[in-house]
Design a protein around this ligand. Sequence first.
Ligand SMILES: CCCCCCCCCCCCCCC(=O)SCCNC(=O)CCNC(=O)[C@H](O)C(C)(C)COP(=O)(O)OP(=O)(O)OC[C@H]1O[C@@H](n2cnc3c(N)ncnc32)[C@H](O)[C@@H]1OP(=O)(O)O
Ligand SMILES: CCCCCCCC/C=C\CCCCCCCC(=O)OC[C@@H](O)COP(=O)(O)O
Length: 276
Amino acid sequence: MDLWWVFLYTMVIFVPFLLIQISSTFKFHFKIISYCILCVTLSTLAAPVCLLKNGGRTVDNMRIIRAFVRTMKYVFGLRYEVKGLENFRIDGPCVIVSNHQSVLDMMGLMEILPDRCVQIAKRELMFAGSVGLITYLGGVIYINRKQTRDAKSIMAGVARAMTDDNLKVWVYPEGTRNNSGDLLPFKKGAFHLALQAKVPIIPVVYSSYTSFYDRKKSLFSGGIIKVEILPKIDISGVKEADIADLTDRCFHEMRRVFFRLSGKPYTPIKQNASSK
Ligand SMILES: CCCCCCCCCCCCCCC(=O)SCCNC(=O)CCNC(=O)[C@H](O)C(C)(C)COP(=O)(O)OP(=O)(O)OC[C@H]1O[C@@H](n2cnc3c(N)ncnc32)[C@H](O)[C@@H]1OP(=O)(O)O
Ligand SMILES: CCCCCCCC/C=C\CCCCCCCC(=O)OC[C@@H](O)COP(=O)(O)O
């Protein structure tokens, strides 16, 4: 008889728990797959518009891509609260650095993307079907992260193009997606780029997604993302030998803002922030 009670309680507690787990995992994957399908569909629709309007690969296509991507937030119940847009109003090129949490960042990127701005992306993105095509048409710059020397020489070319073509360049200095609720140490490429092109750096911080999006917990619901565009960091007077300090300064400033926007107490870290 006792065994029956144990069995019954196990079923009453365990089975609903299991079903909730399965359904939340299912819901999470369903939403992520829907996101990917929507990206592929919108890219397929945007590509001919870009080709008809601008003829080929040009940063002007980013305006078209931006208009398409801005509709996606409504599908996923996301809202952006943006502060500091006036800091984007500078004449000429600049390097924009921001934190990178997930593939969902494309929506936050396009929400505030200034005109004449291209992104640095891993070269694997080029092969992502119509998404790859649309990034190519928008003028995204691809780097091979496994070949530092190649990446550096591409960045040197980008520095020239920035001044020649009046381009802004968006870099994710963490170098990869990071949904841990903190920032990864910054790589130095973006800061070398700013120095080589002799342009200011504009940091952009997005609040943590962990309250509404968490891969480990299979969580993906609607939510509010706070975005802050910080005042530009002037690099006049900065020398190559100061790159590590510049990287650290930017990292710590962005990390402070990240914790504030995410409503979490700031915990300073002592060690050198930059990755190498
Ligand atoms: C319609 C719907 C469709 C949606 C479509 C939306 C379109 C938008 C697309 C947006 C795409 C966004 C994609 C985002 C990504 O892919 S993020 C991943 C790729 N990005 C990056 O990795 C950028 C950040 N990384 C760097 O900047 C790195 O520094 C890099 C240049 C890549 C080199 O990395 P790594 O090999 O790991 O080396 P280190 O950074 O550790 O550097 C090693 C030493 O080299 C020095 N260094 C670095 N860069 C330079 C440089 N440019 N010039 C000179 N020297 C450089 C660095 O200082 C290190 O030396 P020391 O240790 O200081 O001596
Ligand atoms: C014929 C092949 C067809 C392949 C189809 C692939 C479909 C891809 C579908 C949807 C992708 C939408 C994503 C939009 C762009 C996302 C850019 C992005 O966030 O890349 C991640 C990169 O920053 C860092 O990568 P890692 O964290 O280091 O990894």
